[in-house]
Design a protein around this ligand. Structure first.
Ligand code: UFG
Length: 336
């Protein structure tokens, strides 16, 4: 299939591009490079052994999305584009609603104008109103969420559902990601956060590299096995394979699935895995809880297993090793 990846120069998009090509698909990337790098697309092209065309621009620009679809004979769209920093979304809610909702709507409109019916959407476990253990897709989803970022994801899920009701030819998959981590095993592409990382794994990687002084652990008094927050860390290549499976299994209507491992790792588990990989202790201190954080968030991945015939194969230790290889080889990310 000829597949357009909006936001395809980002962390998850660039890994998915490679895996799609390995499965015989053709990939085109549309990305405004606001939180991504052209270098990621160059390296993904090298790793995949084909030149991945990159259109630089905004997925909220319906004309541009339409032109890109027409120019490349696109048959399916995976919509990764969007803002994704939880804290920033609290400070800049209108920007998050404009960019995330705007790009999803413009992309769906451009698809409809050009007769493209296959759509895969990057949603998030953050849409669940009550985070918890082994969440199933049937758990309540709504807009009563702790931040605007999560609300944009829940709203786009509703938009996709309404678009599907209005146009039964639409074939959509909504993928609720848990916590994507890791990097390509080559160490050539990975997560390249701008500024101070918000998320645990890139932060620990920078502590290990000596870029940050110490990890601050946000609370050790949760009701979990060691008191720290537990998450379902999924290797980005497992996640990428989930997108390929979802794309290949599309059928009319909307299929909504969790993409997670079903296993939980705590902050200390991640820290200790990193310490084992680098062979030394990493400086850390326990500080107050981060507002809005849940004790536990893990996926029940049974529906994805059943409907997509997909399973994760990589462990947290694999993700840590791959993250460290990427970090060591690219101390300043794509900047060198
Ligand atoms: N944590 C720390 N110190 C840090 C960073 C994180 O202790 O410096 C802890 C958090 O308290 C949490 C765990 O590490 O217990 C994971 O935190 P992340 O920020 O890496 O991930 P979150 O689970 O908070 O957020 C992720 C995605 C969001 C998404 C959310 C959905 O980053 O985009 O999952 O559940 F909305």
């Amino acid at each position: 299939m000829r597949v357009l990846l909006t936001g395809g120069a980002g962390f998850i998009g660039s890994h998915t591009a490679i895996v799609l090509i390995e499965h015989g698909h053709h990939v085109v990337v549309l990305d405004d490079l606001s939180n991504a790098s052209e270098e990621a697309v160059r390296r993904a092209s090298r790793l995949a052994g084909v030149d991945i065309p990159l259109a630089v621009g905004d997925a909220g620009d319906r004309e541009l999305v339409g032109r890109t679809i027409a120019e490349h004979g696109i048959e399916a769209v995976i919509h990764f584009a969007g803002r994704k920093a939880v804290g920033e979304s609290v400070a800049k809610p209108l920007e998050y609603y404009r960019v995330n909702l705007g790009s999803a709507i413009a992309t769906l409109e451009a698809m409809a104008e050009h007769g493209v019916t296959r759509f895969v959407f990057s949603s998030s476990a953050t849409v669940y109103e009550q985070p918890g253990e082994l969440l199933a897709e049937s758990a309540p989803v709504g807009i009563d969420l702790p931040n605007p970022y999560g609300r944009t994801k829940a709203m786009i899920e509703a938009i996709v559902a309404d678009a599907s009701t209005a146009d039964p030819s639409l074939q959509a998959a909504v993928l609720r990601y848990f916590n994507p981590v890791g990097a390509h095993a080559s160490g050539e592409i990975g997560e390249d956060p701008k500024g101070i990382p918000n998320n645990l794994m890139p932060f620990v990687a920078q502590v290990a590299a000596g870029v940050r002084e110490r990890l601050r652990i946000f609370g050790d008094d949760y009701n979990t096995h060691d008191g720290t927050g537990v998450r379902d860390y999924i290797h980005v290549l497992d996640l990428a394979e989930g997108h390929v499976a979802a794309l290949e299994k599309l059928e009319p209507g909307v299929l909504t699935v969790n993409l997670g491992t079903g296993a939980g790792g705590s902050v200390f588990d991640v820290l200790h895995a990193f310490e084992a990989t680098v062979g030394r202790e990493l400086p850390h201190e326990v500080v107050a809880r981060r507002p809005g954080d849940a004790a536990v968030s893990t996926a029940n991945p049974a529906l994805a297993h059943e409907r997509l015939d997909w399973r994760t194969t990589r462990t947290l230790a694999d993700a840590v090793r791959d993250t460290w290889r990427w970090q060591e080889r690219n101390p300043r990310g794509y900047a060198g």
